[in-house]
Design a protein around this ligand. Structure first.
Ligand SMILES: [Zn+2]
Length: 125
């Protein structure tokens, strides 16, 4: 039997040498687990969504969950460039502001992240 195994997302996240991703704010590299994954909502919407589980389809961008990096990314219009024109960073701002109260900026437990997930806003259709 062919028992060749395909890595699950959980296994990938537990791998010691995680792939490094570049923060679109400060442009520094960091392990995936330290960064928020952002994706464009798509379908004509310009909203940027926070991909809490890092497995939504589509092109992703990565950002430290910190106000400083968010501000840099907005200032540099990095969202639009990284995400095919998606510039609506409201959900990202909310996520970072909410997360701040629960944990340090770089050690956000997934539990805290999960309870601050916002429904997609600005997309009535
Ligand atoms: Zn950063």
């Amino acid at each position: 039997m062919n028992v060749r195994k395909i890595l699950t997302v959980a296994e990938v996240l537990h791998t010691e040498d995680q792939p490094q991703r570049t923060c679109i704010g400060c442009r520094k590299k960091a392990p995936r687990s330290e960064l928020l994954r952002l994706v464009a909502e798509g379908s004509g919407s310009t909203a940027v969504l926070v991909d809490e589980r890092r497995r939504m389809a589509g092109r992703g961008a990565w950002l430290h969950p910190s106000e400083a990096c968010l501000a840099l990314a907005v200032k540099r219009r990095a969202f639009g460039r990284a995400l095919n024109g998606a510039t609506g960073s409201t959900a990202v701002e909310r996520r970072i502001m909410a997360g701040k109260q629960d944990a340090g900026p770089l050690q956000m437990p997934l539990v805290a992240a999960a309870k601050t997930v916002q429904p997609e806003s600005g997309s009535e259709n």
